[in-house]
Design a protein around this ligand. Structure first.
Ligand SMILES: [Zn+2]
Length: 102
């Protein structure tokens, strides 16, 4: 049994790795790919719990059956985390909020 490197939930065995990536199918994060480099760096310096939670939530929203798996790399991680900080309310559901005010 593997553990999801993002949220530490026990997951099904990783999908066979492609090159320097491993793919996980996590019940909390959905399906995603992560570079072996980032995964091993997390074993040395684990991310903060709130970063894990943010990344997990974001990966779940990015994981779509008809699109390529979201890919977490050392280069994309800061970008992914900054995206995760945007509250969902200003990411598309703003209409319902302003409708109530009118
Ligand atoms: Zn996970």
């Amino acid at each position: 049994m593997n553990r999801c490197p993002v949220c530490q939930t026990p997951t099904e065995d990783a999908v066979p790795a492609t090159g320097s990536f491993s793919a996980y199918d996590c019940c909390s994060c959905g399906k995603y790919e992560i570079t072996d480099l980032l995964e091993s760096s997390w074993q040395t310096v684990p991310p903060a719990p709130e970063q894990r939670a943010q990344l997990s939530r974001l990966l779940k929203t990015l994981s779509r059956p008809d699109e390529p798996l979201p890919r977490v790399t050392t280069a994309s991680l800061p970008h992914l985390l900054s995206q995760a900080l945007i509250p969902p309310s200003i990411r598309g559901t703003a209409g319902t909020v302003t409708d109530g005010i009118k």
